[in-house]
Design a protein around this ligand. Structure first.
Ligand SMILES: Cc1ncc(COP(=O)(O)O)c(C=O)c1O
Length: 425
């Protein structure tokens, strides 16, 4: 099916056929959901041994009684886990509560209210702004929006953000104070940043505002689906470029153990960590060290991080394959959309023909299949092309995903043909 070269008669015939199919599906009153990038219950079950693993032995190896107050930067054994996930030295890691997003929020607040490492607080700038590679993670954008920090869209290419655009903005505008990066298996594109991108990002510290920080959200650092994809170390690159203060790295065990009760980590230069600690010590006496100890014991006694992630991959892989098969079989030989084939992470990013995403999401919703709202992957919820849709295969059971994807493909065809018919009318 190639609608660009089809005439009105052909399009009308296709529309009739597909509409009839769509009406039949609507009668099934489906109630399916592929919006949520959450681990499935089967994945969560992999970590159930966390429960009871302490057997009333609350002492960490260094003698800390984890039940008590204190220990702002987290247990050493938990920091070691974060260091392993982020491939950085333990001394450069703080282990916190359950959410890396909370840490990112705190880090943005630190930059905004106090400034990092003695630099000017962002709030004192005329128009502080973040660069936002798009499509991206909506919750990053929400943080900026809530604090009134401006956002500039940066297109994502095959090797990460368009670095020419990034460098131009940073050079020309001293009010650019950050960039959001999900460097491995990006949310939602699944792209892993190339060595060149990492190197060029590490050089930004030379031209940017001294308060500029790269928010390196490595949420999917260990989430390979089978084939390992390497990501160059941003830490090493900034060390070589003498720009270590320009990066803050984040990770968590949310999609490793139990999503709502994991451990989150931030890693940075000592100057940046001092800034973060100053803010944290006013906010808390210390993190949940009991949970940190549970995690540390889990990965020491029950499994290794690597083996554990293989088990996740075994569950996730067939779901990704299901999504990709539907797209390939239904849309592979058409001009109706483009998508990535991620080697890891949690999402498949699909681009409809320009101007069709909202219509696809609406058709799917009316047929009982909930998709992430069109535009959600862009700052302010505005996709200028109305094209990107994020598919999240992890949560639904395989049979439900299979049905949902069949409906998705049908809706893409129908919305595209209807749009083309309108154009030709
Ligand atoms: C890129 C990215 N960062 C952060 C998070 C949230 O992490 P956490 O559960 O540690 O707050 C998600 C969750 O989907 C994510 O996709």
């Amino acid at each position: 099916m190639h609608i660009e070269s089809a005439n009105s008669a052909q399009l009308t015939e296709w529309e009739k056929e597909l509409s009839a199919h769509y009406e039949r599906i609507c009668q099934h009153e489906l109630n399916l959901d592929i919006t949520r990038g959450k681990p499935s219950a089967e994945q969560l079950n992999l970590s159930d041994k966390l429960d009871g693993i302490l057997s009333a032995d609350y002492r960490a190896a260094d003698g800390t009684d984890t039940r008590n107050y204190g220990g702002l930067i987290g247990l050493t054994c938990a920091r070691e886990l974060g260091a392993d996930m982020l491939q950085v030295p333990t001394e450069e890691v703080i282990a916190c509560g359950n959410s890396s997003l909370t840490l990112m929020y705190h880090a943005v607040m630190t930059g905004y209210l106090f400034g990092f490492a003695g630099t000017t607080p962002w709030r004192e700038l005329k128009e502080p702004k973040f660069l936002c590679p798009v499509p991206g993670y909506d919750r990053h954008f929400t943080i900026c929006e809530q604090l009134g920090i401006g956002m500039i869209n940066i297109p994502m290419g095959e090797g990460g953000p368009d670095m020419d655009a990034v460098e131009k903005h940073v050079k020309e505008d001293g009010d650019i104070i950050g960039i959001w990066c999900v460097p491995k298996y990006s949310n939602p594109t699944g792209i892993t940043y190339s060595p060149e991108t990492v190197e060029r990002l590490a050089q930004l510290g030379h031209t940017a505002n001294p308060g500029f920080r790269i928010f390196w959200d490595n949420a999917y650092s260990v989430h390979d689906l089978g084939h390992y994809v390497g990501l160059p170390s941003i830490r090493s690159a900034t060390l070589e470029n003498d720009t270590v203060d320009s990066v803050l790295q984040f990770a968590s065990t949310s999609k490793v153990t139990h999503a709502g009760s994991g451990v989150a980590f931030v890693s940075a230069s000592s100057a940046n960590l001092d800034s973060l600690k100053q803010q944290m010590q006013a906010m808390t006496i210390g993190p949940d060290k009991v949970n940190q100890l549970r995690h540390s014991r889990f990965f020491a006694e029950h499994t290794t991080l690597k083996d554990h992630m293989h088990k996740h991959a075994d569950i996730l892989k067939p779901k990704f394959e299901c999504v990709l098969e539907h797209l390939q079989n239904g849309l592979g030989d058409t001009d109706l959309g483009r998508w990535e084939k991620p080697e890891g992470g949690y999402f498949v990013s699909f681009n409809t023909r320009p101007g069709c995403a909202k219509a696809v999401v609406k058709l799917a919703a009316d047929a009982g299949v909930k998709l992430t709202p069109a535009g959600a992957t862009f700052p302010y919820g505005k996709d200028p092309e109305d094209s990107n849709i994020r598919i999240a295969p992890s949560f639904p059971p395989l049979d439900e995903l299979d049905t949902a994807m069949a409906v998705f493909v049908l809706c893409v065809k129908l919305a595209s043909i209807r749009q083309q018919l309108q154009k030709l009318a």
